[in-house]
Write a protein that binds this ligand. Structure first.
Ligand SMILES: C[S@@+](CC[C@H](N)C(=O)[O-])C[C@H]1O[C@@H](n2cnc3c(N)ncnc32)[C@H](O)[C@@H]1O
Length: 383
């Protein structure tokens, strides 16, 4: 590792800033989080204090706390002089002034320094580089890169970004990057090429506006979700389904979602529903699953899932089919029990719900379709 402390400007953000930059809620904060290039940020220290599970990786962690502290003292004046010389490059709303910014940064770095040596011994601060991570596949649920990838576009070439992102998606199913700008405030030169390449690989991509902006125009976070099935695999699955070649053990929730998405994208919701009514029944019959009052095709569930998929698609209009599926499987709809947030089991698993559409009795549907949509779907009756 070629690392030289005197070339590094250690400067770190607070836990609250991470929560806002990456739009972290209880679901994310409850998982194992890798912070890549966390430097002297307070995120991991505070996450640990709150009982969360996180690890930070940064070449900086080859240094001791005393060395990092001294380097912060050395660069502090220069960093703040740069900020004061470029005041218009920042939005002074959440943080009101350069003085307040400096106080908050120093407070965040003090939190880091107090946690650092103990955390290093516990393996929570690991010296390493994004391009060759010292972690097993799937060691984490989420990886974050704050003010490292994309921002240092000039110093870190596109090929290094590719390597780093591939590594981060090896150790976690999802990576979030913030900001999408480079130093100086222009959109990162690597953003468009990376979006094109990752999209072609079947990654789920979402650019999400977040409740954080300090660098002017830097209010958007990129989610990159590891591909689940590529475009060919989804088409092959749909072909097997149409030819009634899918054995019962491959008719999983993930397969249902992939086949539903494929129909929705190809035919639109009303036609997809009509086709799925007959095709699911035919598929069930071929797989040895009867379609009767208590088994097989279920009208309410089929319509619930098509509506949920349509709402998901509307929220991600730019996504490819593979990308949409990847995002879907990182959403609450990844759970086969998602309908039970809207229906009581008594209602959902009733013969009436299987035979025909029943409205939910717990909470409105994810996409409460317009009346026109509902009319277009027709009042299907099963069996
Ligand atoms: C500007 S700091 C950001 C610190 C922190 N993420 C924050 O937002 O407050 C950039 C960090 O990236 C780290 N870094 C540089 N090259 C890296 C690499 N190849 N892999 C991981 N981290 C790296 C630096 O050591 C530095 O700590």
């Amino acid at each position: 590792m070629t690392f030289s402390l005197d070339r590094v400007v250690p400067w770190g953000r607070s836990y609250e800033e991470y929560v806002r930059m990456f739009d972290l809620g209880p679901a994310e904060l409850g998982g194992r989080i890798l912070g890549c290039g966390d430097g002297p940020a307070a995120f991991q220290a505070e996450l640990h204090r709150r009982g969360g599970r996180g690890v930070a990786v940064d070449p900086l962690y080859a240094c001791s706390a005393a060395e990092i502290e001294q380097r912060i003292a050395e660069v502090r004046g220069e960093v703040m002089a740069q900020v004061r010389a470029n005041l218009a490059d920042f939005v002074w709303t959440t943080i009101a002034s350069p003085e307040q910014l400096e106080r908050r940064r120093l407070a965040a770095m003090a939190v880091f320094l107090a946690d650092y040596e103990g955390g290093r011994r516990q393996g929570r601060y690991v010296a390493g580089e994004a391009q060759a991570l010292p972690f097993a596949a799937d060691a984490f649920d989420l990886a974050l890169s704050s003010h490292f990838l994309l921002l240092y576009a000039e110093a870190v070439p596109l090929a290094q970004h590719r390597l780093a992102i591939a590594e981060l998606l090896r150790v976690a199913p999802e990576l979030r990057l913030f900001p999408l700008l480079e130093l100086g405030g222009a959109p990162s030169r690597h953003l468009e090429p990376l979006l094109a390449e990752l999209g072609a690989q079947g990654c789920g991509l979402e650019q999400r506006r977040v409740a954080y902006e300090l660098q002017r125009g830097g209010d958007t976070m990129l989610r990159i979700v590891r591909p689940v099935l590529d475009h060919e695999a989804i088409a092959a699955l749909a072909a097997d389904f149409l030819a009634q070649r899918l054995p019962r053990e491959r008719w999983t929730h993930q397969t249902h979602l992939a086949v539903g998405l494929w129909h929705l994208r190809r035919h639109g919701r009303p036609e997809a529903l009509a086709l799925l009514r007959s095709r699911i029944r035919a598929h069930n019959a071929a797989a040895g699953i009867g379609n009767d009052a208590d088994n097989g095709y279920h009208e309410t569930l089929t319509r619930f899932w098509l509506r949920a998929l349509a709402a998901h698609e509307a929220a991600h209009p730019q996504a490819t089919t593979a990308g949409s599926l990847a995002l879907l499987l990182r959403s609450p709809l990844a759970s086969v029990d998602a309908p039970l947030r809207h229906y009581t089991p008594e209602r959902l698993y009733s013969r009436e719900a299987r035979a025909g559409w029943l409205e939910p009795d717990l909470a409105p549907l994810p996409s409460q379709g317009a009346p026109r949509d509902r009319a277009e779907e027709g009042q299907g009756r099963a069996v």
